[in-house]
Design a protein around this ligand. Structure first.
Ligand code: KIV
Length: 265
C-alpha cells in the first residue's frame, strides 16, 4: 500500500482526476476512513464543535489538537495526515509557530493546514516548507477569522473579490503551499483559481471544479446535528444508529436481558 504524499495529490491534479479528504478525530474512525480509501485525513479544528462541543474553532489550542493528532496518526497507514494548526498557535511569531508545527509532525502528522493569506503567512509557509513540513493553505471563508469577517459569509462573490482570492492563491502557491482549501467560494471563482494555479485546490463549499473535495466526517456520517452547511452531504445516520443502540442496551439492562449466558465468565 503506497502512502499518499504531496506528489500523489499533484499527480492526481495533473491527470485531471479527483481526490477525497475527510476529517477524523479519533483512532478507530481514522482507521476505517483510511481503509475506505480516503486520500487525505484532516484533523480539522472543527473538532472543537463536533468532538468537544465548543461554539467555534477559536476555543481550542495546541494541547487538544496534539491529542487528536496522536490518536488519528496511530490508525492511518495510507492517507496523508494533515493537522489544522489552531487559532493563535501560529500567529504570534515565526519561531513559536515553527515549534508548534514541528510538534504536530513529531506526533504523526504529515503536514499542517494554515488559514489565511498575508505577508506573515507567506513568510511562515516558506519557513515551514524549508523546515521540511508540507503546508496546505486555506482561503475564502476562514473560520478562525469569523469575528473579523462578521459571520459565515460566502467569499469571492464579486469580480474584484474573486480576483483577490486568485491573487491570494497564487501567493500561497509561490510561498510553497502544496494545496489550498477554498471554503465557501462561488463555483466559478473556484474553477478559475483551479485552472490558474499548478497546485491542487480542495473544495469546501467551493463547487464542483476543484481537484479535491473535503467534508467534516460527522456531517458525512450524519452524526453532528447542531448545524449542517449547504455543501455537506449526509451518507448515513449515525445519530440514529447511536441512539438506537443506546436505547436497546438501556432496555436490555432494565429488562434483565443483559448480560446473557454467553456474556459472563
Ligand atoms: O476544521 C475543518 O474541519 C476544516 C475543513 C472543513 C476544511 O478546516
Amino acid at each position: 500500500m503506497k502512502k499518499v504524499t504531496v506528489r500523489t495529490l499533484k499527480n492526481i491534479k495533473d491527470a485531471n482526476e479527483k481526490f477525497s479528504m475527510l476529517t477524523a478525530y479519533d483512532y478507530s474512525t481514522a482507521k476505517y476512513i483510511d481503509q475506505a480509501g480516503i486520500d487525505v485525513i484532516l484533523i480539522g479544528d472543527s473538532l472543537a464543535m463536533t468532538a468537544l462541543g465548543y461554539e467555534n474553532t477559536n476555543c481550542i489550542g495546541v494541547e487538544e489538537m496534539s491529542i487528536f493528532t496522536k490518536a488519528v496518526a496511530k490508525g492511518v497507514k495510507r492517507a496523508m495526515i494533515i493537522t489544522d494548526m489552531p487559532f493563535m498557535s501560529y500567529s504570534i511569531d515565526i519561531p513559536s509557530a515553527l515549534t508548534n508545527i514541528g510538534n504536530m509532525i513529531k506526533l504523526g502528522a504529515n503536514g499542517v493546514k494554515l488559514e489565511g493569506c498575508n505577508d506573515y503567512i507567506e513568510k511562515l509557509i516558506e519557513c515551514t516548507v524549508n523546515m521540511g513540513v508540507p503546508v496546505m493553505g486555506h482561503i475564502g471563508f476562514t473560520p478562525q477569522s469569523q469575528n473579523v469577517i462578521g459571520g459565515h459569509i460566502i467569499q469571492g462573490k464579486t469580480e474584484d473579490a474573486a480576483f483577490e482570492l486568485l491573487k491570494q492563491a497564487k501567493k500561497l502557491e509561490k510561498a510553497g503551499a502544496f494545496a489550498i482549501v477554498l471554503e465557501m467560494v462561488p463555483e466559478d471563482a473556484a474553477k478559475n483559481i483551479t485552472q490558474n494555479i499548478s497546485i491542487p485546490t480542495i473544495s469546501c463549499g467551493a463547487g464542483r471544479y476543484c481537484d479535491g473535495f473535503v467534508m467534516v466526517c460527522d456531517d458525512c456520517f450524519g452524526k453532528f446535528s447542531d448545524f449542517t452547511p449547504k455543501f455537506a452531504r449526509k451518507y448515513g445516520d449515525m445519530q440514529k444508529l447511536i441512539t438506537d443502540c443506546a436505547e436497546k442496551f438501556n432496555n436490555d439492562v432494565k429488562n434483565r436481558n443483559y448480560p446473557n449466558d454467553s456474556e459472563v465468565y
